[in-house]
Design a protein around this ligand. Structure first.
Ligand code: EPU
Length: 418
């Protein structure tokens, strides 16, 4: 658990680290290359370590030093394969393409549904069967096998990020053209595309969310690629600055351009920001805030992953703020945790909630339901009176690198306890 004392005098600046959702597909892509993969700006998070564990069980030679991950996947075998750790990640599904490319079969743990709602994978399955693979499933495993189809195909990802990445990955290994319609255009999808273009894969993008991959078989090259910084972490620290800065906090490598919808809503509440040099955002403490309504959407709309963080700001806004969560039907349930801190959330239905503010939050023991709501509870603890305990911080460690250290460096009174 984290123990947090009210911390509203933060100062200095913070540099945002590499993106979890960008790093995971690129690490999985290393299995597709007949060469060395060097990834820089890799976040030091549990999901990354789980991916490394899996690749090592296949026999990959891996070095992880500072924030650079070097993967040599030239010799791999299934003899000691261990899927136990990727079983606890949704992104383990990214290994289908690499395993098929190497062994013509891929048995992957069934991704679990979690507390943010149903997490279907129908677009992944549909795409791989459309690309010619045989799919079977057991209670625990997804199994793909076969040779894949030998013709150009057109498939849909229906704007799902992981489905888009997953289909791009296999499309790279085919020697036919794959047209992926209704592709997700989140920034991390483009990090994967940049990586594959470095591997000399020809990929065309059309304005109507279509990605066309002209595969030429497994690329026989070594590639170095930088992981983009995490706009979701950036959004998290923007909320922290608005609520907890003494005066302001400078957020470096903020990916300001990826946060347009989030910043638009932030400014409507009354928070002031200033673009400095080189993608640095200065965020000023705001003491008088106005209620706003948000609706989550696919990129470049308001990110669903930043909704829980924004809800903390809403508890401090004057009036009633409304949340319309479009993507997931379980992502508002955790709002009940605010009641323990004296907040006034009202869950209207699976997709809508209201938060009335401003509320003086007071200490209590609260739970971390998932990665983003866990981080939201940490911020709530920083503005609440007294000493708040946030339990189950395992979730936070899955996706925020050095969160504790970064908050302490800004001046937050936060400690980790057993
Ligand atoms: N969906 C389908 N069918 C599919 C795949 C997805 O219906 O085959 C639906 C989902 O149910 C959801 C929507 O499409 O309603 C979005 O799915 P997507 O594939 O985009 O999301 P995801 O795989 O569930 C990734 C991130 C999430 C992030 C979402 C939305 C990874 C590993 N996970 O999840 O990240 O919330 O995209 O941007 O990239 C997080 O970082 O906290 C997190 C949960």
């Amino acid at each position: 658990m984290f123990q947090i004392k009210q911390s509203r005098h933060l100062s200095w600046g913070i540099t945002i680290g590499g993106s979890k959702n960008a790093a995971l597909p690129l690490i999985a892509a290393s299995l597709l290359l007949e060469g060395t993969t060097i990834l820089t700006n890799i976040p030091n998070i549990l999901d990354v370590h789980d991916f490394i564990h899996f690749l090592e069980s296949l026999g990959c030679d891996i070095r992880f030093k500072w924030d650079t991950l070097t993967i040599d996947a030239s010799v791999v075998s299934l003899d000691n394969i261990d899927t136990s750790k990727i079983a606890r990640t949704r992104a383990g599904i990214y290994f289908i393409a690499g395993l098929l490319a190497r062994f013509w079969k891929a048995n992957i743990p069934f991704p679990q549904w979690d507390k943010i709602g149903k997490r279907p994978i129908d677009e992944h399955i549909h795409g791989y069967t459309w690309m010619g693979f045989v799919f079977t499933e057991t209670k625990e495993k997804l199994c793909f096998s076969g040779d894949g189809s030998t013709k150009d195909v057109t498939i849909s990802a229906y704007f799902a990020v992981t489905a888009t990445n997953n289909l791009i990955l296999w499309a790279t290994s085919r020697i036919w053209t794959t047209t992926i319609q209704l592709a997700a255009f989140e920034p991390h999808v483009f990090n994967l595309i940049d990586f594959l273009r470095e591997a000399r894969v020809q990929i065309d993008i059309r304005y109507d969310h279509t990605i066309i991959v002209h595969g030429k078989g497994v690329p026989k090259v070594s590639v170095e690629q930088e992981i983009i910084s995490d706009y979701l972490q950036s959004g998290t620290f923007i909320i922290i600055a608005a609520l907890c800065a003494e005066k302001y906090i400078d957020i470096k490598q903020a990916r300001i351009a990826d946060l347009s919808a989030f910043l638009y809503k932030l400014h409507q509440t009354g928070v002031k920001t200033e673009d400095l040099w080189d993608d640095t955002l200065r965020v000023y403490r705001a003491d008088s805030l106005q209620a706003v309504d948000i609706q989550t959407n696919i990129f470049p709309g308001f990110p669903t992953d930043l909704m829980p963080l924004f809800s903390v700001l809403m508890t401090q806004c004057n009036g009633i703020s409304r949340i319309h969560e479009v993507l997931y039907e379980g992502r508002l349930n955790w709002l009940v945790e605010y009641e323990r801190l004296g907040g006034q959330p009202r869950i209207i239905n699976l997709h809508e909630a209201k938060i009335t503010g401003p509320t003086e939050l007071v200490w209590n023991s609260v739970n971390s339901w998932d990665l983003r709501s866990g981080a939201a509870m940490v911020i709530a603890g920083m503005i609440a009176e007294g000493e708040t305990e946030v339990e189950n911080i395992y979730w936070i460690k899955r996706g925020y690198d050095d969160f504790l250290w970064k908050l302490q460096a800004l001046g937050a009174e936060i400690e980790e306890k057993d």
